[in-house]
Design a protein around this ligand. Structure first.
Ligand SMILES: [Zn+2]
Length: 378
């Protein structure tokens, strides 16, 4: 208890120092330093999940970032500028690293933050389980009132205060005078994109959750085919087609590494997510079962599930087994409408041959993209 008190005191003192004093050299240096928080983090040539992978970082690797857009940050890899997904990074603040190993402490001495993700929630308290009370959009700037862990308390335009996730912001008031004059009301524009959407997914944030990964291979099919591998490959097609349709796509993993179900939900709940889609392949040992099943958990997921089942049924060559209710943890823990799709049975030689083809995986991507367009634009 005593130790804890001292830690709290040190943290409070540090916050005071960082809030009220000029940045010291070590704090200034640590502002843009991050540690990789995923076992494997793909390094890409452009800020997109479709961009070629040009390398990989491992958990614990430290990176300095110098640019940020749409949840991607730029760093150097082998002397070349490259892009990595920011939500796999944890900010390093040398001075508090030991006392707060589990939390991200991105807040530094700057007094303002700018939203870097396309759209985010403003919550009543400093956690993803607190109530959503407003939205903020890319480019919105807020003055920092206080911080708690990796959350920032901000004033709201309509009065009162709320909390935003620091990992979805950049430090400083991002808008220069020039930007302000060309883009006078980013929040209004972002809000309008949604209502103006007609057939495209522009302005929508979709979270794609490739099931399993790393030490968790998922189902093992015939010929030792592992579910995680087919899921990864399918997810790449899905991400690509969704991005082509204009969606802002977030993935819960971008390589072959383990991500807990809680972490998958946390990633989705960090964003103003319009739909969460978990991708899986089934096994069934007793009978030659075949086809695609779309699972939902709560009533608010049903219309998304039905829409995806309808379009998948018309694009993929395996039969639809319809929609079904199931309390998968990843569906229970995500706030956005969410579904889990079992895209075929890798225990069935017929399904297995089909689902491994580019044709099939690309038809899955088409079905999901069309289903989302129908669902979100209606
Ligand atoms: Zn699975």
């Amino acid at each position: 208890m005593k130790k804890k008190m001292r830690k709290l005191f040190l943290l409070a003192a540090l916050l005071l120092i960082t809030t009220f004093s000029l940045p010291t050299l070590s704090l200034a240096n640590s502002t843009d330093s991050y540690e990789v928080n995923s076992p494997v983090l793909n390094v890409r040539s452009e800020p997109s999940n479709n961009a070629p992978v040009v390398g990989q970082f491992s958990k614990g690797d430290q990176v300095n970032i110098f640019n940020e857009q749409h949840g991607w940050v730029q760093t150097y890899y082998g002397g070349e500028p490259v892009w990595i997904a920011k939500h796999h990074l944890v900010a390093i603040n040398n001075s508090v690293q030991e006392s707060a190993p589990a939390t991200e402490t991105t807040v530094d001495s700057s007094e303002a933050v700018t939203v870097s993700a396309e759209s985010i929630y403003v919550r009543s308290g400093p956690s993803t389980s607190d109530k959503i009370i407003a939205y903020a959009y890319q480019g919105d700037s807020f003055d920092i009132l206080s911080t708690s862990g990796d959350w920032i308390q901000v004033s709201l335009a309509q009065g009162g205060t709320g909390w935003i996730a620091s990992w979805l912001t950049t430090n400083g008031n991002g808008s220069t005078e020039e930007e302000t004059s060309t883009n006078p009301a980013p929040s209004v524009e972002a809000a309008q994109t949604k209502s103006n959407s007609s057939g495209s997914l522009s302005g929508y944030t979709i979270v794609i959750d490739p099931g399993h990964g790393g030490k968790d291979p998922g189902a093992i099919g015939l010929n030792n085919v592992q579910e995680k591998d087919i899921v990864t490959s399918t997810a790449n097609y899905v991400v690509q087609q969704l991005e082509e349709a204009g969606a802002n796509v977030i993935t819960t993993r971008s390589g072959d590494y383990f991500v807990s179900l809680d972490e998958r939900a946390r990633i989705s709940n960090s964003y103003n997510t319009d739909a969460f889609i978990s991708l899986h392949y089934d096994t069934f040992t007793a009978m030659p079962v075949s086809g695609v099943t779309t699972y939902y958990n709560s009533n608010s997921d049903i219309s998304l599930a039905k829409s995806l089942d309808t379009t998948l049924n018309s694009t993929v060559s395996l039969p639809s087994r319809g929609t079904d209710q199931a309390g998968f943890k990843v569906l229970r823990k995500t706030n956005a409408p969410s579904v889990l799709i079992e895209l075929g049975f890798i225990s069935n030689p017929h399904d297995l041959t089909i689902v491994q083809t580019a044709d099939y995986q690309s038809s899955v991507a088409r079905g999901i993209t069309n289903g989302l367009i129908n669902h979100l634009s209606n």
